[in-house]
Design a protein around this ligand. Structure first.
Ligand SMILES: Nc1ccn([C@@H]2O[C@H](COP(=O)(O)OP(=O)(O)OP(=O)(O)O)[C@@H](O)[C@H]2O)c(=O)n1
Ligand SMILES: [Ca+2]
Length: 513
């Protein structure tokens, strides 16, 4: 269309106005983002620390945990920042010289002082929990066990940390805290934020069972389908983050892998007719020799009788690496002749039908990991595990030793027995079938934290696992900022569009540009 006559020449102010508007708009967006980011930035992290010593039968580990102070009650925020392996024996091994049990911890306590910032030493709690080795020592000689505990208390008291006590934890606690640890670390107690608006839709995602194998005891813990749990001593109830859990747990004292080996040897001796103490052992490699004092073998409460009748003082073990026979000899330590419940594992102990996924840790993991049978994703099928252990057992000792010169001889010589024992315990003891085997994940760590009972123990003692779900923001900081910016942009765009529609600047009118 032609410009009407007499109209003033086109001025450039509407374009300038648009440019100015655009500039203002950009400025507003930048200011908005900057404000949202700085105003809602999480406060600088105030880290808290906690220390737990796991005084196991074979050795002691010291763990340092850390978490942001303001997130104390959230799930999955506490993580391991340090593990220190105490040199020497487990504390129950110092029964002849109890003071040494305390001294042995000094080096790791020093390490903890380096890891935790000095100004926080005084407020950092330290706990020591002793497990099956000390349970056995207490049964054998209560006063020596008390002396060992006093010796470790002395060392821990003299540290700059806030010492909260050293005690022998029960098998039930050990099982329960292991279960809490792995489910906390796996995020199984966590409910996604947006589901809080729809409680009826809350995820019914299950928990994972926990399988712990130590040197002197082993624990199995899981939430069974079947309710109620038939035996009271195997039943635990928790309310965590607003949800109830009825948990089955059992700890088999003497069925950790070191004590199980003793049980097996004592059973082999009883069945043999050796006159000089020589014994062929299918659970050790061909060519392997081990001499043991009979008094050491019968020294603890796991093996109650038999020693006095033997006409020799030493046992000469000679390996012949026969997996099938090894499995048969191990089988004898599981008594399945009686069961006062609807179903049992062994020794008349109640076991409900296995349910859900299982995380297997400590020696379950050490052994399977050595045998290259742990994978992140798909569990190795049972028949492959069996054939691997079988092949490993049949290898001559000199060959195994030459291939793994850096592995401690005590560990290396026992992986054949341990692999076979794990298969017997899981298949025959607990009833994991070929199919159920696939639900076992062998895990050493979850994230940066070791799987074990210590984290659950600390979470409980520091009241960091609330019964009810703490109120949480439905959105994360980043999602909040993003959503704010997006909504503001939409708003500005709508306003701009509205303004352009009703007050169309001349420059946008047809023919002007
Ligand atoms: N790399 C490793 C480390 C340990 N072990 C073995 O694993 C068992 C110890 O496992 P652990 O979980 O450390 O047991 P403890 O905590 O010491 O014992 P418990 O829980 O029964 O008190 C011991 O037989 C030890 O010889 C192993 O075979 N390979
Ligand atoms: Ca242990």
């Amino acid at each position: 269309m032609d410009e009407p006559k007499g109209t003033k020449p086109r001025t450039s102010w509407p374009r300038k106005a648009l440019l100015f508007l655009g500039f203002l708009f950009a400025l507003a967006v930048i200011a908005l983002v900057a404000m949202a980011v700085s105003q809602n930035k999480p406060l600088p992290k105030n880290i808290k620390y906690g220390i737990v010593l796991d005084a196991g039968s074979s050795h002691t580990n010291l763990y340092v945990y850390a978490w942001p102070a303001e997130k104390e009650n959230d799930t999955g925020v506490v993580h391991q920042v340090e593990v220190c392996k105490v040199e020497g024996l487990g504390i129950s091994g110092y029964s002849q010289d109890t003071e040494k049990a305390g001294l042995s911890l000094q080096q790791c306590m020093k390490r903890a002082q380096e890891v935790v910032p000095e100004q926080q030493h005084g407020e950092t709690p330290v706990y020591l929990g002793a497990t099956a080795g000390m349970r056995l020592l207490s049964l054998q000689n209560r006063s020596i066990a008390d002396r060992v505990l006093s010796a470790v208390e002395k060392t821990l008291h003299s540290s700059p940390f806030n010492f909260q006590g050293a005690r022998v934890i029960s098998g039930q606690e050990e099982g329960a805290y292991g279960w809490i640890t792995i489910n906390y670390l796996l995020g199984n107690f966590r409910q996604p934020g947006w589901l809080n608006f729809l409680p009826h839709l809350r995820s019914s995602r299950g928990t994972s069972g926990a399988l712990d194998l130590g040197g002197a005891s082993t624990q199995i813990t899981f939430v069974p389908d079947q309710e109620p749990i038939e035996s009271q001593e195997n039943s635990l109830h928790f309310r965590l983050y607003g949800k109830n859990y009825n948990v089955y747990t059992h700890s088999f004292l003497c069925y950790g892998k070191d004590q199980a080996l003793r049980l097996k040897l004592a059973s082999d001796l009883q069945a043999s007719s050796t006159r000089n103490g020589s014994l062929l052992d299918p659970c050790f490699h061909p060519g392997y020799l081990r001499i043991m004092n009979i008094s050491d073998l019968y020294m603890n409460p796991c093996i109650a009788n038999g020693e006095q009748q033997l006409p020799f003082t030493q046992l000469h073990l000679q390996g012949n690496g026969d997996y099938q026979r090894c499995r048969m000899t191990i089988q004898k330590i599981f008594n399945t002749s009686h069961c006062p419940y609807s179903s049992c594992s062994f020794n008349g102990i109640f076991l409900p039908p296995l349910q859900g996924e299982f995380g297997a840790f400590s020696a379950f993991y050490f052994v399977m990991n050595f045998l290259n049978l742990t994978t992140e994703k798909n569990p190795v099928p049972l028949d492959k595990v069996t054939s691997t252990v079988e092949r490993f057992c049949s290898r001559p000792w000199h060959e195994v030793k030459a291939e793994f010169p850096k592995i401690k001889e005590k560990y290396l010589s026992e992986y054949c027995f341990s692999g076979t024992y794990i298969l017997s315990l899981l298949e025959n003891g607990y009833g994991f079938t070929t199919e159920k085997w696939q639900s076992i994940q062998f895990l050493g760590k979850i994230g940066s934290s070791d799987a074990g009972w210590t984290l659950g123990y600390m979470l409980n003692l520091t009241n960091m696992i609330p019964a009810e779900k703490p109120p949480t923001r439905p959105l994360s900081h980043a999602s909040y900022v993003g959503l704010m910016v997006f909504c503001s942009l939409v708003l500005v765009a709508v306003l701009l569009l509205g303004w352009l529609t009703f007050h169309k600047p001349k420059c946008l009118q047809k023919g002007l540009i």
